[in-house]
Design a protein around this ligand. Structure first.
Ligand code: FUL
Length: 518
């Protein structure tokens, strides 16, 4: 490999293009000029008011704003488990079990697009370590299967199909790797040392590209090599998903992951990609039911762990992640307040992988999940597992379409469109010209100005006075309120009752769902 023409990126230099940049700039900016940024340091001496003031200054990055706007994203769990019936593989599967003879990733893309999804994340590597593209760094891959004569490449097919159908591309790359554990690489106790990435292999015919010198263990370097392959050979990647589970690897066999080096590589090779959920851009909502909290904050207290890993300062399942009490409760361990928005993952079936005896969730369940995630300031990540033919099952395809149609009927035409709108700080009033029945209300803050609303009320003007119809807590990037029964009024008002600083409201739409079709 002709490294001389490559761009060399060292750990220090790469920080300039990595999450480290933001950290460095955040500290500098907030300390010197008082300007907002996506991550602001906190101290145990900060008063409760100071914590809230700091939280009000935190802002999302451009990539977080773009990610939040996706609203509906999909997971595709697919791999050797699809053929063995397991949820967590063993790492010593015969690669020849992988035989998706009817693979049609265009069918996946069409079904997801028709379901309203904007991005799909493929399990390029699950905990078993089997990878869905022909990697130079493992034999546990599609290249060792007789499927397509060892020439198959699911990742390429997936990425091409998604882009062709207008979906963004995400990759799930499991940090836990049972195959590498069995080969004595994962958790082998090797010290962190400088590695040059990509590691040359015999007959390497890759064109020149950037070369990195980064600290890593043996296994950390293996991950870097695979990340390098995925991020340089398959076109632009929009989300890299690192999960936190250990699979079947014994809990005492611990590999301390080289997060800082992995993030540096990703930021340099895929600067627009969000890194979730063991990553700095997106956090796990804390359950696998697809449900956000009633009041979901995108500014949360965090603490930095070994090798730059971003972690929760409060427990991931705390009932309040970012309200005033949470900011104070986290104070002993929090080192920063960060824009770390919630991603709510759930599977359309009971398992993450396909099992013939499971059925997709009902339209009603999916609709509840939609209101519980997108309707509560989170992005929905719905898993739809391809079957052992390599197709999304017909029942799931139908269900995805029905789900999209139902959401469309839940939130039809905005009745406030064309209404006479008046605004003052924290209040938007819509005069519809004539009384209209409403039972769904959609709200948003312009998150470029942070998340500020703590409580608000919805009121109608009835009998000469404003009367409360409903009230709630946070708004954030997306809040959808469901009224149990339709309310008819000509004048509707959103009034913010508590906020961290004057909010910028960007959406106030009124809808009457079409119950007759449900
Ligand atoms: C978990 C994994 O252990 C599951 O198999 C699945 O991939 C889920 C999305 O994340 O941590």
């Amino acid at each position: 490999m002709a490294v001389s023409r490559r761009l060399f990126v060292t750990a220090a230099a790469a920080l300039v293009a990595s999450s480290g940049t933001s950290v460095a700039l955040a500290s500098a900016a907030s300390a010197s000029s008082g300007e907002p940024w996506y991550r602001i340091p906190v101290s145990p001496d900060d008063s409760p008011d100071e914590l809230v003031r700091k939280a009000s200054r935190v802002r999302p990055t451009e990539r977080q704003i773009a990610w939040q706007a996706l609203e509906r994203t999909a997971f595709l769990h697919f791999g050797v488990n699809t053929f063995t019936g397991l949820e967590w593989g063993t790492g010593d599967e015969d690669p020849d079990v992988f035989q998706p003879v009817g693979l049609d990733t265009d069918q996946w893309a069409r079904a997801l697009r028709d379901g309203g999804f904007k991005l799909a994340i493929l399990t390029v590597k699950h905990h078993d370590g089997f990878v869905l593209y022909p990697s130079r760094y493992t034999k546990h891959s599609v290249a060792s299967s007789s499927w397509q004569g060892g020439q198959g490449d699911v990742l390429r097919s997936f990425a091409d199909s998604m882009r062709r159908h207008g979906l963004k591309v995400g990759v799930y790359i499991s940090p836990a790797d049972e195959n590498q554990y069995l080969h004595g690489v994962y958790a082998n106790g090797s010290a962190r040392s400088e590695h040059t990435i990509p590691t040359p292999v015999p007959g390497d015919d890759r064109p020149d590209g950037p070369t990195f010198t980064l600290p890593a263990t043996d296994y950390g370097a293996h991950m870097l090599d695979q990340l390098y392959e995925v991020l340089t050979e398959y076109g632009p990647v929009d989300e890299v998903w690192f999960d936190g589970a250990q699979g079947r690897i014994p809990p005492d066999k611990v590999e301390t992951y080289d997060w800082d080096s992995w993030y540096t590589l990703i930021r340099t090779l895929a600067p627009d990609a969000t890194v979730a959920v063991s990553g700095p851009d997106v956090r796990w909502v804390g359950n696998e039911g697809g449900l956000a909290r009633e009041n979901e904050w995108s500014v949360v207290p965090v603490q930095e762990k070994a090798n730059g890993r971003m972690d929760f300062a409060l427990s991931y399942d705390a009932p309040d992640m970012g309200g005033r009490d949470a900011l104070v409760a986290a104070q002993p361990v929090a080192d920063h307040l960060q824009w770390w928005p919630a991603e709510a993952d759930v599977s359309i079936r009971d398992g993450w992988f396909y099992h013939a005896d499971q059925q997709p969730k009902s339209v009603q369940q999916l609709t509840d999940i939609y209101f519980g995630s997108v309707g509560r300031n989170a992005v929905l990540l719905l898993n739809v597992p391809p079957d052992d033919r390599g197709l999304l099952p017909a029942a799931d395809v139908t269900r995805l379409r029905e789900f999209r149609e139902r959401v469309d009927r839940e939130l039809p035409e905005d009745l406030a469109r064309g209404a006479h709108i008046t605004r003052s700080t924290g209040t938007i009033t819509a005069d519809l010209g004539t009384p209209r029945e409403v039972n769904r209300i959609r709200l948003a803050e312009d998150i470029r100005h942070g998340q500020q609303v703590e409580t608000f009320v919805i009121e109608t003007h009835t009998g000469g006075a404003w009367r409360q119809v409903t009230s709630a807590g946070t708004i954030g990037a997306s809040r959808i309120l469901l009224l149990p029964t339709p309310v008819s009024s000509q004048r509707w008002r959103l009034r913010v009752t508590t906020a961290r600083r004057p909010p910028r409201l960007s959406v106030f739409t009124l809808h009457r769902s079409h119950p007759e079709i449900f």
